[in-house]
Design a binder for this molecule. Structure first.
Ligand SMILES: [Zn+2]
Length: 119
């Protein structure tokens, strides 16, 4: 017996009827709670959603401040950023790299100066 929704093999006696379909227990839970409906990729959606949330909440305080400054200024060079953070450039270079890796910011040439701005 196969699930009509996700095509998973349903163990005997575990099949459920819904709208004339034979579905597995997982799908049955999903159709009964439409708020979570993302089926048949429910697990996948939940995962990618939590990944997104994580990258938003895992910022260090310095990283969050950098993004805030860039948002307010529309982009500054490293020296200006150091001044606003009140930190030496070496102290937040790693945060910049991390943020760049997360595609939250990028470097841009403006009038021959390297300016850091939001992605
Ligand atoms: Zn199913």
């Amino acid at each position: 017996m196969k699930c009509d929704r996700c095509e998973a093999v349903i163990p005997e006696n575990d099949e459920r009827e819904f709208n004339g379909q034979t579905i597995c227990e997982d799908c049955y839970m999903t159709v009964l709670s439409p708020a979570k409906a993302c089926d048949p990729w429910a697990a996948y959606c939940a995962k990618s959603f939590s990944e997104k949330t994580d990258s938003g909440t895992n910022l260090t305080e310095v990283q969050a401040r950098i993004l805030q400054i860039l948002e307010q200024t529309g982009g500054v060079d490293q020296q200006e950023l150091a001044k606003r953070l009140a930190l030496p450039v070496e102290d937040f270079e790693r945060d910049l790299a991390a943020l760049r890796h997360m595609e939250k910011l990028r470097a841009e040439m403006r009038d021959g100066r390297k300016v850091i701005c939001l992605w």
